[in-house]
Design a protein around this ligand. Structure first.
Ligand code: PHE
Length: 447
C-alpha cells in the first residue's frame, strides 16, 4: 500500500470509504448518541445535533480530509507543511498536536467502554433470559464497579486494536469493515423493527423527534456540537490522517457526504432501537453511560441468544475500527519523526492509553476511585468533557478558520476540485458559518 511518495495509500475509494465510515460509526453512535439524547431531553437535542452534523460537521469533514490529502503526512507534519507552503505561522501545527493529544485522551476512555461491549459478548453467552429493568441495571452496575473485570476487558479491547494498527492500517482494517460493518447495519435495522413492534415505538418517536426547546440549555447545545464532531471523528487527527492516505482521484465532497449520512443514520437507528424499550419498561432516558447496556438486554432476553452475541460482537468491531483511527495519528506521527517501527510505537502508545484508561475505569467504581471527582465529574466524564466539549469544537473552528482564511482560495479549489457552485457553498460555510456558530456557542456559555 505504499504510494509513490513512500507514504501509505488506500488501494481504492472503496477501502477508504470503509475505513472512514468505520472510523465514524462506533460507540459515538450506538452508545454516546442515545444516552446524550436521553440526558439532553430528546427532540430538540437531536434536531440541533443533526443540524450541526450537516451544517458544521460536514464542511469541516471536507476541510480536514483535504488538509490531510494535501499534506500527505501525520496531522502535525501536514499542518506545519501546509502552513509553511501558505506562508503562515508554524504555530498552525498546534492544531495537529491538539488532534493527536485529544485522540489519545479519547482512546483511553473509548477503550474502556469498548471493554464493556466486549464483556457483554461474554454475558450474552449466558443469555439475557428473564432480564427486566432491575436485573439489567444490577448486572451493569455489578460489572462496572468490579475492580478487575472492566480492566481486563479494557486491556483485551486495546490488545485487539493494537494488533491491527501494528500491522498497518489496511491489512486488518479492510477485512474487518468489508463484511462486518454492513452486518451491524442490518442487525441494527432488525433490532429497531423488533423493538418498534414489541415495545413503545410511538413514545420513542415522540421523544426523539418532537422538539421541546425549553429543555435545551447552552451546555446541551455545546454537547450536541461536540457529539456531532465526535461521531464524525473530527478534529482529532483521525480524519486528517486517513485523508493523507487518499489518492488525488477521489472525490472528497461526495465521500464526506456519504460518511455523514451513514453516520447519522446509524445514530438514529440506535436511538429508535433503544428508546422504545426505555419507555415500554419505564426506564430513565437520562441514565447516562449505562443506557445501551441496560435497555437492549431486556429485548435480547426474548430472542435466541445468538442475536445478542452477534450484536455485541459487531459493536465491538465497530468500536475497534474507530479506536484504530484514534491511535493511528499518534503512531503515524512518531513513526514519521523517529523512524521507529510502527509495531513498537503502537505498543508503547497503547500501554500509555491502558494506564490512563484504567483510571477512568476505576473512576466508575464506587470502591476504587469512585469518589475522586474534578469539578464534580468522575474521571471518564472529565476526559469526555475536555475532548468532546472543548478540544473538538475548538479544533473544528480552527480547521475552518485555517482553510477559510489562511489557505489560499485557489489552492483549496484545486485540492477539492468541486463544481463551482458547490465550492461557493462550502467556502461560505467554512469561512463564516462554522467559526461564527461554534464561536457563538462558546460565547453564549461564557456570558
Ligand atoms: N467517531 C467515533 C465514534 O463515533 C469516535 C471517534 C472520535 C473516532 C474521534 C475518531 C476520532 O465512535
Amino acid at each position: 500500500m505504499a504510494g509513490a511518495t513512500g507514504h501509505q495509500q488506500w488501494s481504492s475509494r472503496w477501502t477508504f470509504m470503509l475505513a472512514a465510515v468505520g472510523s465514524a460509526v462506533g460507540l459515538g453512535n450506538i452508545w454516546k448518541f442515545p444516552y446524550e439524547a436521553g440526558e439532553g431531553g430528546g427532540g430538540a437535542f437531536v434536531l440541533v445535533y443533526l443540524a450541526f452534523v450537516f451544517a458544521i460537521g460536514l464542511p469541516c469533514l471536507i476541510a480536514e480530509l483535504s488538509l490531510g490529502r494535501r499534506g500527505q503526512l501525520s496531522p502535525i507534519g501536514s499542518m506545519s507543511k501546509i502552513a509553511e507552503e501558505e506562508g503562515r505561522s508554524k504555530l498552525w501545527s498546534l492544531l495537529g498536536w491538539s488532534g493527536v493529544l485529544g485522540g489519545f485522551i479519547v482512546l483511553s476512555f473509548y477503550s474502556v467502554v469498548g471493554g464493556w461491549v466486549l464483556y457483554y459478548i461474554v454475558e450474552a453467552f449466558t443469555g439475557f433470559e428473564g432480564y427486566d429493568a432491575a436485573k439489567s441495571g444490577a448486572t451493569f452496575t455489578a460489572f462496572i464497579t468490579d475492580p478487575t473485570k472492566p480492566i481486563i476487558a479494557h486491556a483485551a479491547f486495546l490488545f485487539i486494536t493494537l494488533g491491527i494498527v501494528a500491522r498497518g492500517v489496511q491489512g486488518g482494517l479492510e477485512k474487518a469493515v468489508t463484511f462486518l460493518m454492513p452486518a451491524l447495519f442490518v442487525l441494527l435495522l432488525g433490532l429497531m423493527i423488533y423493538s418498534g413492534i414489541t415495545a413503545d415505538f410511538g413514545a420513542a418517536v415522540n421523544f426523539l423527534f418532537s422538539p421541546d426547546f425549553s429543555k435545551l440549555t447552552g451546555d446541551k447545545v455545546l454537547q450536541a456540537l461536540g457529539l456531532s464532531f465526535f461521531s464524525l471523528s473530527l478534529a482529532l487527527g483521525s480524519i486528517m490522517t486517513y485523508g493523507s492516505y487518499l489518492t488525488k482521484d477521489i472525490n472528497i465532497t461526495r465521500s464526506a457526504f456519504t460518511i455523514a449520512t451513514a453516520d447519522s443514520a446509524v445514530a438514529l437507528m440506535a436511538g429508535l432501537a433503544i428508546f422504545p424499550i426505555v419507555f415500554a419498561y419505564d426506564l430513565n432516558p437520562g441514565q447516562s453511560v449505562g443506557l445501551v447496556f441496560t435497555t437492549l438486554p431486556i429485548a435480547f432476553g426474548q430472542m435466541p441468544s445468538i442475536v445478542a452475541i452477534l450484536f455485541f460482537f459487531l459493536l465491538t468491531v465497530a468500536a475497534v475500527t474507530s479506536a484504530i483511527s484514534l491511535l493511528e495519528p499518534a503512531v503515524a506521527y512518531v513513526e514519521e519523526r523517529t523512524g521507529i517501527d510502527r509495531k513498537k510505537v503502537a505498543i508503547i502508545i497503547g500501554l500509555a492509553a491502558f494506564v490512563l484508561g484504567t483510571l477512568s475505569a476505576w473512576g466508575q467504581s464506587g470502591n476504587m476511585l469512585g469518589d475522586v471527582k474534578l469539578f464534580g465529574l468522575d474521571i471518564m466524564s472529565v476526559k469526555d468533557y475536555l475532548t468532546n466539549n472543548i478540544m473538538m469544537p475548538l479544533g473544528g473552528m480552527f480547521i475552518a478558520i485555517f482553510v477559510g482564511w489562511f489557505a489560499s482560495r485557489k489552492n483549496m479549489m484545486e485540492e477539492l476540485a468541486m463544481e463551482d457552485s458547490t465550492f461557493k457553498i462550502w467556502y461560505f460555510l467554512v469561512r463564516f458559518v462554522c467559526p461564527v456558530a461554534i464561536g457563538a456557542v462558546f460565547v453564549s456559555l461564557i456570558i
